[in-house]
Design a protein around this ligand. Structure first.
Ligand SMILES: NC(=O)c1ccc[n+]([C@@H]2O[C@H](COP(=O)([O-])OP(=O)(O)OC[C@H]3O[C@@H](n4cnc5c(N)ncnc54)[C@H](OP(=O)(O)O)[C@@H]3O)[C@@H](O)[C@H]2O)c1
Length: 330
């Protein structure tokens, strides 16, 4: 019996199938229209609403890395004074000088090794948060594995440092700076996540887990602080040209750090590719389309995880060969 005969014999069932199909297609078409409108038409919340140009401050962790430096410059250019939080005083001083001379803003530096922080460092931030109006916090500092590695072979030191820098320090810095934002009913907390939490990255398991932690934590925090006027967003990059990604040239799917940060600051409050995932945003246009397609067509499952494992095995093989060559030449 053909399908058309079955359907004509069961008009109620066939109408139900047609209705479900139409709703499915329509809802995905609408979410695609929303994505495109956020990418090209609708602007995100203005930085002015957090006090840009009115003497307010923004604190940025990891401002010495590629994405962090781009945040520091673009946030200073928007009119915020900047608190630079990092472990290398020389590099922090150089960035502070650039911001002061280029954008005529004030800067403060807080030296913390986020892998081995002391309670005093968080206390310094807490009292700074009481003295100056820090309305924006960018939790950007992050560290990944030196190279892809099986979890069972990961050095304890590497594993613990990934957790300390990416998660524990992020929590304690946020906790130090959040209360005055809540009291003023104004604040923005951006935390940089990763696609490796969206599609779990085998052989980067600890990094994946740490970024997944940040995602769920941001979502819970965002709901808690919304009624007190503090906006929280987990910002998702796929690859970005940087020291960490070890990618030097931009391409369609891999923006430069300044391009990624421009997209982030232009789309505050928008989900873009992360539609349906609260307090989460995929700001860069090609990442957003990729994220939307993965969510819509279910592409982020077993197939993507297996492809990632194959890719990481190959990266590890080449990284070990390079390390051996370097050791031989010394
Ligand atoms: N690039 C990508 O493709 C990509 C993709 C997904 C997510 N992300 C995320 O984006 C964020 C920025 O990464 P990036 O690509 O700009 O990497 P990056 O250039 O390597 O920058 C990392 C930043 O984190 C700081 N940091 C690392 N360990 C630290 C520690 N123990 N104490 C204090 N600061 C520490 C670094 O400081 P030093 O200068 O002192 O080393 C640097 O400022 C990270 O959270 C990363 O996980 C990046």
């Amino acid at each position: 019996m053909s399908l058309s005969t079955v359907l004509s014999d069961h008009p109620i069932a066939s109408s139900t199938f047609a209705l479900v199909g139409a709703v499915f297609v329509l809802s995905h078409a609408l979410s695609f229209v929303k994505l495109v409108s956020q990418l090209v038409l609708v602007k995100g919340k203005s930085l002015k609403s957090y006090g840009a140009g009115k003497g307010a401050w923004a604190a940025i962790t990891g401002p010495t890395g590629d994405i962090g430096t781009a945040f520091a410059h673009q946030i200073a250019k928007a009119g915020f004074n900047v608190v630079l939080i990092g472990r290398n005083p020389t590099k922090l001083g150089e960035i502070a000088e650039q911001l002061k001379s280029k954008y005529k803003v004030q800067t403060k530096e807080v030296v913390i090794d986020l892998g081995k922080p002391t309670p005093e460092a968080f206390e310094e931030l807490r009292s700074m948060g009481r003295e100056i109006e820090i309305n924006v916090l960018v939790n950007n500092a992050g560290v990944s594995h030196e190279m892809p590695v099986y979890f069972s072979e990961t050095e304890d030191e590497e594993l613990l440092s990934i957790l300390e820098v990416n998660t524990k320090s992020t929590l304690l810095i946020t906790k130090a700076l959040l209360p005055p934002m809540l009291a003023r009913k104004n604040g923005l907390i951006l935390t940089i996540g990763s696609f490796s939490a969206l599609v779990p990255s085998a052989m980067l398991a600890t990094y994946t887990g740490a970024k997944a932690f940040l995602e769920r934590w941001s979502q819970a925090l965002g709901e808690e602080t919304k009624e007190f006027g503090v906006d929280v967003r987990l910002v998702l990059p796929y690859f970005v040209v940087s020291n960490m990604s070890k990618i030097r040239r931009p391409s369609l799917l891999i923006p430069t750090a300044p391009a990624f940060v421009r997209a982030t600051l232009a789309s505050i409050g928008q989900a873009r590719g992360a539609a349906g995932r609260p307090y989460t945003s995929t700001p860069y246009w090609s990442h957003a389309v990729f994220d939307w397609a993965m969510g819509t067509f279910g592409l982020g499952g077993q197939f993507a995880i297996s492809k990632g494992l194959a890719m990481h095995k190959d990266i590890r093989r080449r990284a070990l060969a390079k390390k051996a060559r370097l050791a031989k030449s010394q």
